[in-house]
Every structure is written in C-alpha cells, then in structure tokens.
Write a protein that binds this ligand. Structure first.
Ligand SMILES: [Zn+2]
Length: 263
C-alpha cells in the first residue's frame, strides 16, 4: 500500500493500481469533524453521528482528488450479494439503493463505500477501463460476492478475469476475528478445504481469515493480480474504525474509486 496525506487527511492506495488513470483512496479516521466515538472522518450515516458532520467529511474526501461530490454513486450496504453496474451518479437527494458491490465504466462517476472491519475489494480492468468496489463482510465473503463481481464484470463489460486487478483493503485481520462454531461450519461449507482460512489457536478459539478467504475465491475465479493490504482495522483503531474492537460504537471510513477522465 502507498500511504498518502492530502489536506490533513490520510489514506492508502493500492500499489498495483497506482500507475493506472484512476483516483483511488481508502481513508483513515483522521482529519474529519465528527466527535467521539466517531472521531473524526466518519462517513457512516446510520452510526448516530449528525448528517452535517458526514456531509462535511465527505466534502473533505472528495476535495483530495478535486472531484465534485455530485459525481458520487453510493449504496445502502446490506451484506447481500446484489451488484449494481451504474451508468450514472446518485443525485444527492435520491434514496440509496440496497447493494454491496458497485461498478462503472464511466469517467465522471465516483464510486464510494463505507467500512469498519468488513473487507473492501477494489476491482479494475485496465483493458475495458472498468472499476468497482465491493463490501465483503463475513456474510458477503462466505456468499462469494468476490466471485459474483468477477462474473458480473465478464458479463457486463466483457472483462477477462486474468486482466482484472483486485485490491483487498484494510479490514479485520485473522488475529482479531474470532468466530464461533456456526461460522466455522459456514466456512467449511463454502471452501471444503479451510487451511489458511480457519485458524485454531492452542486454547481452542477459532479465527476466520477473511483476507485469505477472498483471495482464494478470486484465484478460483481466475484472477491473478491480487494485492493484499494486510492492514488489520482492529489492531489500529488510532487510524481506522473497527466495529468489533470498539464494540459497535464507532464510525465508518470511506473508500473512493473513480476513473480519471482527464487522463
Ligand atoms: Zn488485528
């Protein structure tokens, strides 16, 4: 990952996407206006923070790339598998559609999602100039939303999996993601072979590696170029929001991806 600072905000970028004509950033929690426990760059509309704070925080993020806020396309993330391939922005006075992955091939649209432990997946097909972001929490991961995204890119844009670059962003790491037997069973049902995906500690506790799970799914779908951030949100609550490490009393950080139409 590349760490950048602009206008008092800090964000990370995938190195494997850095030389392409796109704007990308996954923003840490610093540099915003929200008070504790959402301090301070909170984008989560249902977190309890005020609408005014979130609008100001969003403005600050978009200004890092000189992108108009009106170019936004974002959704109400519901841990489902619905994917939207959009050709237009979401007018700011229009309600959010429910979905957990968003794609576009149109410059002038800024894809935007919110996270706090769930896995951000960034997709880019340089041949067809297609971008996408997916929200892969535990449910989305085990329902293979990553594979659905690749299938959707093939169908909608003619993408070839071998051309697609995917970044797996900051999210809860295997060291912090303890799960119960029921989730372990779901992972076994999803993968069969769970080596590297389910980890058992010497005291019997089971941990789920969402990063490796998504990587495995993407490899099976034919993706070859996968970059893993290896940044655990729960390890670094000074920099990231973590739903689990902060017992649900926290904000959501923003992830932005847009084609650079001026390139
Ligand atoms: Zn951790």
């Amino acid at each position: 990952m590349i760490l950048r600072n602009e206008n008092g905000l800090s964000f990370v970028q995938f190195e494997s996407l850095a030389h392409y004509p796109i704007h990308q950033g996954i923003f840490g929690r610093k540099g915003g206006v929200s008070p504790s426990p959402w301090d301070s760059l909170n984008l989560g509309g249902l977190s309890g923070d005020t609408r005014e704070n979130i609008i100001e925080n969003r403005k600050r993020i978009f200004s890092c790339f000189n992108l108009p806020v009106e170019s936004i396309f974002d959704v109400w993330q519901v841990h489902g598998n619905r994917i939207i391939c959009t050709e237009s922005n979401r007018p700011l006075d229009k309600e959010h559609e429910k979905a957990d992955a968003i794609f576009t091939d149109r410059p002038g649209i800024t894809l935007f999602m919110r996270f706090a432990d769930c896995v951000p997946l960034f997709f880019y097909d340089p041949k067809n100039n297609v971008i996408g972001i997916a929200h892969a929490g535990r449910i989305g991961t085990l329902n293979r939303i990553a594979a659905d995204c690749i299938a959707s890119m093939e169908k909608t844009y003619g993408s070839l999996p071998g051309d697609i670059v995917v970044g797996i962003g900051p999210s809860i790491g295997p060291d912090h993601y303890e799960v119960k037997e029921d989730v372990a069973s779901d992972a076994e049902a999803c993968f069969g072979e769970t080596e590297g995906i389910l980890l058992q500690a010497s005291d019997g506790k089971i941990f789920l590696n969402l990063w490796e799970a998504n990587r495995r799914i993407l490899l099976e779908a034919g993706v070859r170029n996968i970059e893993l951030a290896e940044i655990c949100t729960a390890c670094h609550t000074d920099t990231w929001f973590s739903h689990r490490a902060e017992n649900g009393k926290t904000g959501r950080f923003g992830a932005l991806l847009a084609l650079n139409g001026n390139h």
